[in-house]
Each structure stands twice: as structure tokens, then as C-alpha cells.
Write a protein of this length. Structure first.
Lengths: 203, 196, 325
């Protein structure tokens, strides 16, 4: 019973780390491309989040099972190959929920196969952790990705209302995404700084 | 001569107006990774260039084979990814067998250089700009050069982005992201529009 | 002997950051005289509103950081005035404020404020508003129409293409050289009075607030490119005259490129930097998306400064430092 509670608490911690405290986009600088390139409207954000979820969770769980059986040098290749394979049902599912989404997302959907956040979790984290942790991490990273891309879209949409026609195009360009990510990353870093100060005081 | 000129122009555009990194926002996770290890930056960029070259040629061929397929939007990225895996495995095996000391020293950057968004986005860029074979090769070379320049610039900027005068919240990655954003604005001044 | 690790700007003993900023403010104030004399109080109103915005941004940031408010080095005011000088007179008053807010809150404060900015804040602010409101930035009021500009209200005045826009279209500007010297043509507030600009530049060079090598390098590169690859069918000297006197090249070469924080440390490095910036400005003019791209070129040149310092000073510190991670 006590072990179960500890397991649940640690799983919760791993999930929260993925969402916020160790958000791979804002802390690890991973998987920024879909956010800066395609994070322009809420529809895109939802579709990309769905695609990421359908792709990353099975991929991470698969490599939790087989990761350690593969030589380290070959694992990145196998991760990408598996990602390419899992992309087919993931894209089909996403298109089923949101018809026409894969075609409209274009390159942003296609390059999800090699999303650095997803590949690094499957290659480095999943093989060396238990199933619960890997599942919590994949879910947390998915939620964290969704949070970041949604917030980016909201900020962009707000500024698009004030910019002129050409300016609205400029707001959707990658430079603006990086600027927004910079401030979000600073916010998360500030939160982590406060948490560490709090834990030092507690000791 | 025309082929060479086409390659040169495509390479120049890949570094400037059609810069996939700053104008497309592609692959900065790996640019930052390369910038953090300046001693392997040259080899990392060389690998990226080579794999981009293979990816551009392979992507052109796959694109022509799949031109009439209904499943192209979903199959094309998967096939391109499989080709990238093949290229990586072959390159790793060749280096291990023939150049083992080189592989021991630089093998750690082979996988990230082969498997990243920059390399896999080249076939899409080739399709988007309707490039011929020579232009595609030039574009891939230019992208490798752009990767080297970007990582070099960030490597030099990194020490200054952790100074004590900065607010703690901005030290390190947040300031680096703002730096990349401001530098991307300069490239946006060239094009005035989205790349893709 | 004690080794002191100083931070930029690297100054001789008799100067200080505050005195440099005051010299620059004085030069910028001189630039305001002609527009005010010709067009009324609107330039002053624009400058005042922007300066207030700069100070408010400084205060807001200090409050957010729970630090004491300190605007004594006047650097934010310099940034604000530079932005005003690059504005069209008929621009809405919120436009330079938006540029100033971006310059201070995004390009300056997060990097550690004065002495630590990797990019010229004014250039970053101008680049930002150019990308978001390009039509407002390059819409210049026609001085020959004789209209009176309201002091604070939005302007609905007749506009005219600037010489930079005419050159961008491959045509020769229809303007007398004398008019170009005194700034009687459509263009930014403080970038059109060429003679006054030259006098301000001379003042700054004599006071050693600005480094002449950078300005000279930039203008030399611009002149060479204008002579060898003219945008219009004319004699090389005519091309040089129009390219150097139109747009904001001269203003940027005097006030923005010479920012001691974002420019190289050595004389040779500064010459290289000036040459590079001049080439980039001319390339942006020819191939860029906008009629003026000087501030974009400055951002690119700023990014290359650490490499220039590394090349000239043989500074290899970046490799060892980073490899610790």
C-alpha cells in the first residue's frame, strides 16, 4: 500500500516535470520547430498536440520494452525507424478526429517523425526507466507540449489583432515564436529558482 | 557550368533568403547542441552537410516515385525517415570498420547529425522550391554551411548570455532563445514572408 | 600589477558611460532642430512621448525585478531618441513607443542592461516594428505639400516616396542635391539632414564618444558597392551620392554602428566591422524585402562581433569555457 502511494506520488512528479518544471521545450530546448513554425492558430495547436500524443506515447512505451536490447549506437536509428512506422497510425487517427488536418499541417506534421523531444525521450529516457515512469513522462511531455503551443498561439493571436496585414504574416514567422518561447522559458526558470530556494530554506 | 552556377545560387539562397534555420525555425535544438560543443562543431556540421546532401538527392528520387500515389502526404515523410535511418546505419558501419579512431572521437555526433529536423526537412524544401538535382545539392550544401555559421555564432554568444548582471530567470536558455529570435528578425528582413 | 576584469564599454579613465550618453543625447538633440524649425512641434512631441515610454519601461522592469530604479546613465533615452530619429514625422505616436518598449524590455534588460546587450537595442526595436507595421514605417509625409502637422493627433497627410523607395524601384530620385543636404525631402525625422548629421558625427568623433573607424569603414563599403553595382543607370559618383544620402545609412553609421557595447574592441576589428556592416546594408537595400534594411544589417553585424574579436584578438576562451558543460 505504502509502495503504491510512493509510486503514484513519483509518477505524479514525473508527469508534472514533463508539463512544467522540466518542460522539454522550455527547459531542454527540444521540439521547438512545431511551436515556432506552426503555432499560429488554435486548430493547428490542437492537431499537432494530438499527433504528438498519438506518436510519442506508443514510441516511448515500445522503447521501454526493447530499448536495452539494442546496441547504443544503433538505437537512434531504430528510434527514428519506429517513429516513422508509428507515424502512419498516428496520422490516420489524427486525421480521423480532425479530417484534413494532416494535409493542412503539411511539413509540420511530417517532421513530427523526427521531433527531437520525442526522439530523445524514446532514446535516452525510456530504455532505462520502468513502464509507469515512461508512461507518465510521455503523457507529461505531451501535456507540456500542448501547453506551450497553446500559449504561443494565444500570444500570437493577441498581437495579430494589433498588427496590419503584412504584420500579421510577420507575427506567424519563426522569430516571433522564439521570442515568446524565451519569455516562457524565463518564467519556468523563475519558478524553478523559487522552488529550489524554498527547498533550501526547508532544510 | 550552368549546373555549377545553379548549385552556387541555391547554396547562397540556403544561407541567406531561404535559410531553413532562421527563416524556417527548423533544427535549432541541434544547432544549440552543436554550439555547446565547439570542439566537434566542424565535424558535426560536415556530417549535417553530407546527410543533407543524401537526403536532398534521396528525397527528389522518392518524390518522383510517389508523385501519383494517393497516400503520398503520409507515406513520403515515413519513407524519407527510413532512408535517413539507412544512411545513418551505413555511415556508422563504414566509419567503425574503416576509420575506427575517427569514429571513437566523433561517433557521438554522428547520430544527432544524421537524425534531425534539418536533414529531414531538406526533401520538403526541395519540393517546395521545385529544385532540380543540381539546385537541390547546392541547397543541401548551403544548409550545412548555414548550420555551421548558426552554431558558430551561438557558440560565441553563449558565454555572454550567463553574466551576473542578467536577471536569474533569463540566464542561459531563455536569453539564448531571445538571441535567436532577434537574429531571426534580421533574416526576416530579407524575405518579409514565411519560408513555407 | 592587478589585473582588472572590466566590462563593456571599455573606456579610458577620463570618460564615463554617463558622459558618453550625454554627448550622444546632445548630438541627437541637435538633429531635432531642423525638423522642429520646419514642421513645428510634432518632432518634439514624438521625442517627449518616446522618452516617457522609455523611462516607464525602465521603471516597470526595475519594479518587476524588485531593484532600485536607476536611469542615471541615460542609455534608454539615447535608445528612445535614436528610434524617434528613424520614424516618419507622420507616424502615430504609439509607434516609436512600441519600438522603444521592445528595445528595452526584450533587447536590453533581459541581457543585463547597459554593457551586456549583444544587439543594438534601437536596431532591434526598429526591426520589430518594421516587421509588424511596415506600411506605417515607410509612409513619409510630403514636405513640399506644405501641410501643417498636428502635434499629438494622428496625421492624415499627403505622403511621398522617399529617395530610398525610388532607388529600390530602380529609378533616379527626382531631388536636387542641395535639398538632400538640408533634408528637404520625404524621409525619417533625423536621417535626412545630411550636413547636420555630418556635424553631429564630427562632434561625437572629436569627443571620442564614437569611433570614426566604424563609420568610415561603413561609408567606404557603401560607396564602393554603390559605385561598382549601382541600382540605377547613372555615373558612379551620382550613385554614391544618392546611396549615401538617402535612407538611414549615414545616420546608422554615425549613431548605431558606433555603439561601444556592440562593436569590436580593437581598431582593426572596428574597421572590419564597419566594412561588413556597409556591405550588409547595401545588400539589404538591393535584395531585402523593405526599402530600408539598415537595422536588420546592424543586427547581423552585431552577431558577428564576437567572431571579429576572436579573430583579431586571438581570443579562444569560448572553446574551453563551453567545453566544461
Amino acid at each position: 500500500m505504502r509502495n503504491r502511494r510512493v509510486l503514484l506520488r513519483e509518477t505524479g512528479t514525473i508527469f508534472l516535470n514533463g508539463v512544467l518544471y522540466k518542460n522539454p521545450v522550455l527547459v531542454g530546448a527540444l521540439g521547438m520547430f512545431p511551436v515556432v513554425f506552426a503555432g499560429n492558430d488554435l486548430k493547428n495547436a490542437a492537431e499537432l498536440s494530438l499527433l504528438y500524443f498519438f506518436l510519442s506515447v506508443p514510441l516511448s512505451l515500445f522503447f521501454c520494452l526493447v530499448g536495452e536490447m539494442v546496441p547504443a549506437w544503433m538505437r537512434p536509428g531504430l528510434v527514428l525507424a519506429s517513429s516513422a512506422l508509428f507515424y502512419l497510425p498516428a496520422a490516420w487517427l489524427t486525421d480521423k478526429i480532425e479530417p484534413g488536418s494532416i494535409a493542412s499541417l503539411g511539413m509540420a506534421a511530417s517532421l513530427m517523425i523526427c521531433n527531437s523531444m520525442m526522439l530523445s525521450r524514446a532514446n535516452e529516457y525510456a530504455p532505462t526507466h520502468i513502464g509507469w515512469a515512461v508512461a507518465a513522462d510521455a503523457l507529461g511531455c505531451s501535456a507540456g507540449f500542448m501547453l506551450v503551443i497553446t500559449l504561443t498561439v494565444l500570444v500570437r493571436s493577441l498581437l495579430m489583432t494589433y498588427a496590419d496585414t503584412q504584420g500579421a504574416i510577420s507575427v506567424s514567422m519563426p522569430f516571433f515564436g522564439f521570442l515568446i518561447l524565451g519569455f516562457f522559458a524565463a518564467f519556468v526558470q523563475w519558478i524553478n529558482e523559487k522552488r529550489s530556494q524554498k527547498s533550501i530554506k526547508k532544510r | 557550368m550552368t549546373t555549377f552556377v545553379q548549385m552556387l545560387i541555391a547554396a547562397l539562397l540556403a544561407v541567406t533568403a531561404e535559410n531553413i534555420l532562421f527563416n524556417g525555425g527548423v533544427g535549432f535544438s541541434h544547432v544549440l547542441r552543436a554550439a555547446r560543443r565547439p570542439k566537434t562543431l566542424g565535424v558535426y556540421s560536415l556530417f549535417v552537410t553530407l546527410f543533407s546532401l543524401l537526403s536532398s538527392v534521396g528525397g527528389l528520387w522518392i518524390s518522383t516515385q510517389m508523385a501519383s500515389s494517393v497516400f503520398r502526404p503520409v507515406l513520403f515523410p515515413s519513407v524519407v525517415a527510413f532512408c535517413a535511418v539507412l544512411e545513418y546505419v551505413l555511415a556508422a558501419m563504414v566509419l567503425k570498420m574503416l576509420f575506427l579512431p575517427f569514429y571513437k572521437r566523433y561517433g557521438q555526433v554522428l547520430a544527432p547529425a544524421a537524425i534531425n529536423t534539418v536533414v529531414l526537412s531538406i526533401p520538403f524544401a526541395v519540393n517546395r522550391f521545385s529544385l532540380s538535382l543540381s539546385s537541390a545539392a547546392g541547397y543541401a550544401l548551403g544548409t550545412g554551411i548555414a548550420f555551421y555559421f548558426a552554431a558558430g555564432i551561438l557558440a560565441h554568444a553563449m558565454p555572454g548570455l550567463k553574466n551576473d548582471a542578467m536577471p536569474k530567470a533569463f540566464r542561459g536558455l531563455p536569453a539564448m532563445l531571445l538571441y535567436i529570435g532577434i537574429l531571426s528578425m534580421a533574416f526576416a528582413g530579407l524575405t518579409g514572408a514565411k519560408l513555407f | 600589477m592587478t589585473l582588472l576584469n572590466a566590462k563593456t564599454p571599455y573606456l579610458k579613465k577620463e570618460t564615463s558611460v554617463s558622459s558618453m550618453m550625454r554627448d550622444t543625447l546632445t548630438a541627437l538633440a541637435f538633429l531635432l532642430v531642423l525638423p522642429v524649425a520646419r514642421y513645428g512641434a510634432r518632432p518634439l512631441a514624438m521625442a517627449a512621448v518616446t522618452l516617457v515610454a522609455c523611462v516607464l519601461c525602465e521603471i516597470a522592469w526595475s519594479l518587476l525585478q524588485s531593484r532600485s530604479i536607476n536611469t542615471s546613465d541615460c542609455s534608454s533615452m539615447v535608445t528612445g531618441l535614436i528610434i524617434v530619429m528613424l520614424m516618419p514625422l507622420n507616424a502615430p505616436l504609439w509607434l516609436p513607443c512600441a519600438a522603444a518598449a521592445f528595445a528595452i524590455l526584450v533587447a536590453k534588460k533581459p541581457f543585463g542592461s547597459t554593457g551586456h546587450t549583444p544587439f543594438n537595442p534601437a536596431a532591434a526595436g526598429m526591426a520589430f516594428i518594421t516587421l509588424l507595421w511596415p506600411q506605417r514605417i515607410f509612409s513619409y509625409f510630403n514636405p513640399s505639400a506644405g501641410e501643417v502637422l498636428p502635434v499629438f493627433a494622428d496625421c492624415n497627410v499627403e505622403t511621398a516616396p522617399s529617395p530610398a523607395a525610388v532607388l529600390k524601384n530602380g529609378l533616379k530620385p527626382d531631388i536636387l542635391p542641395f535639398d538632400m543636404l538640408w533634408g528637404v525631402f520625404a524621409g525619417p525625422v533625423g536621417a535626412t539632414g545630411i550636413l547636420v548629421l555630418c556635424a553631429c558625427g564630427l562632434y561625437l568623433f572629436l569627443k571620442r564618444t564614437a569611433n570614426w573607424e566604424i563609420t568610415a569603414g561603413c561609408l567606404f563599403a557603401g560607396a564602393v558597392m554603390a559605385a561598382l553595382w549601382p541600382r540605377i543607370a547613372c555615373a558612379p559618383l551620382t550613385s554614391i551620392k544618392y546611396e549615401l544620402m538617402s535612407g538611414s545609412l549615414l545616420f546608422c553609421a554615425v549613431f548605431m554602428l558606433t555603439d561601444p557595447v556592440t562593436s569590436p574592441r580593437t581598431g582593426f576589428g572596428r574597421v572590419l566591422y564597419g566594412l561588413l556592416a556597409g556591405v550588409l546594408i547595401m545588400l539589404f537595400r538591393r535584395y531585402g524585402a523593405y526599402e530600408q534594411g539598415a537595422w536588420f544589417a546592424i543586427l547581423l553585424a552585431n552577431a558577428v562581433v564576437p567572431q571579429i574579436n576572436s579573430l583579431v584578438c586571438g581570443d579562444r576562451r569560448w572553446g574551453e569555457e563551453l567545453y566544461e558543460e
